[in-house]
Design a protein around this ligand. Structure first.
Ligand SMILES: Cc1cc2nc3c(=O)[nH]c(=O)nc-3n(C[C@H](O)[C@H](O)[C@H](O)COP(=O)(O)O)c2cc1C
Length: 389
């Protein structure tokens, strides 16, 4: 067993163990992948202030996200097809998050259904909804999330149309994978993955098949997704979702102060500054660079969370010090899951927690809630995307 010390170690094992189609699905951004790369790169422009001779005993990374206690303010982001990275992947990830004391967010496009995840966990998780045209389906999704006792709904607003990832088209990405010569020959080299997958019934989109009109068998799903997303989505409709759901609502995919203000107006409990991990608008600014402007616009009115590009505890600390109350990891936990199943997700959380805790200590802080701009050196113009870095 290799010694795993960082998230990159998990990514390497994940790459070896998982069929190419699903690895590429996670490890790519849209078009030129500029935003995907810059999300990661831009964290490295921010430097930390080292402090010494400060009592670093009794440290705590515990905090709160939307009023819920968290062991550290790092949630698992909604990731579609998680159950293809490892058999029953959503259940494994949810269990790891629950044991660690951080929120798990289940994607609409998950393999395990809401009911399935609820049955295999003991604490409430969060549910992410895509904005679909079909009112009946949307209402039922909220009802199902309520019945499963989800404690928050995350509405993703940056996917009215789908950004293009070249590799997904070239690989013929599908769930379950289409059996072509190329996919079969690749899967034959991923024996443990294949054996686990043969041992589960969960290989289709669990929230959709059998629930959405006209999708009784998985073969009609691709037609359904192409037609189902609500191209006409507007803030009125998002407000309507808030009303239908009636509970805590987090708006995901905000990149501009003006949109952040609109989210506040419709009564969002939190917003997520996110460019979908560079998977939607290629050429968009990294989310960490947009955080200062969004904090200025709405930081005193709503909880501001951030994702896209987080690969370490240092990244988490930088986002928190710039004002975010919470962060999310997408790929970082997916690497862990693909590498080692539930234990791998736990490993990813442990790595990030350790990095966060030690970094916090070396910055001279003992309570994560005291982090602030005083812990950072931020380059001039960082929060102004017109200034080149
Ligand atoms: C493989 C993959 C699938 C994703 N699926 C969804 C999804 O179903 N719903 C959603 O709101 N965001 C989805 N996202 C975006 C994540 O929620 C999150 O915004 C992104 O992963 C954050 O960037 P990071 O991967 O650099 O941490 C997905 C991301 C990845 C990598």
């Amino acid at each position: 067993m290799p010694v795993i010390t960082n998230i990159e170690d998990l990514r390497r094992i994940y790459e070896r163990r998982t069929p190419r189609m699903f690895y590429d699905y996670a490890e790519s951004g849209s078009w030129t992948e500029q935003t995907f790369r810059e999300n990661i790169r831009d964290f490295s422009h921010i430097r930390l202030k080292q402090r010494v001779a400060v009592d670093m005993s009794g440290r705590s990374t515990a905090s709160r996200m939307i009023g819920q206690d968290v062991a550290m303010p790092v949630a698992l982001a909604p990731v579609g097809l998680t159950g293809m990275q490892s058999a029953d992947g959503e259940i494994k990830a949810a269990r790891a998050a629950e044991a660690f004391g951080v929120p798990f967010t289940l994607s609409t496009m998950s393999i395990c259904s809401i009911e399935d995840v609820a049955e295999h966990t003991t604490k409430p998780f969060w549910f992410q909804v895509y904005t679909l045209k079909d009112d009946d389906f949307m209402r039922r999704l909220f009802e199902r999330a309520r019945a499963a006792q989800c404690s928050a709904v995350v509405v993703t607003v940056d996917l009215q149309v789908l950004g293009q990832r070249h590799k997904d088209l070239k690989n013929g990405l599908s769930a379950p994978p289409k059996l072509t010569l190329k996919s079969i020959s690749n899967m034959m080299t991923k024996v443990p993955w294949g054996l686990e997958m043969l041992g589960t019934k969960r290989r289709f989109f669990g929230n959709i098949v059998g629930h959405a009109k006209g999708v009784t068998d998985p073969s009609s799903l691709s037609t359904w997704t192409a037609e189902a997303f609500d191209v006409a989505l507007d803030w009125k409709r998002i407000a309507q979702f808030k009303e239908w759901w009636g509970g805590k609502l987090i708006v995901k995919g905000i990149m501009e102060p003006e949109d952040a203000r609109r989210a506040v107006e419709i009564g969002a409990d939190a917003i997520i500054v996110s460019n979908h991990g560079g998977r939607q608008l290629d050429g968009a600014v990294s989310s960490i660079r947009m955080l200062p402007a969004i904090m200025d616009a709405v930081g005193d009115k709503v909880e501001v969370h951030l994702d896209s590009g987080i690969r370490s505890g240092q990244d988490v600390l930088k986002a928190l010090a710039l004002g975010a109350t919470g962060t999310y990891i997408g790929r970082a936990f997916t690497y862990g899951l693909g590498a080692m199943g539930q234990a791998g997700v736990t490993k990813a959380l442990e790595i990030i927690h350790k990095e966060l805790d030690i970094t916090m200590a070396l910055c001279g802080e003992t309570d994560i809630r005291n982090l602030g701009p005083h812990n950072l050196y931020v380059p001039q113009g960082f929060g102004d995307p017109t200034v080149p870095l």
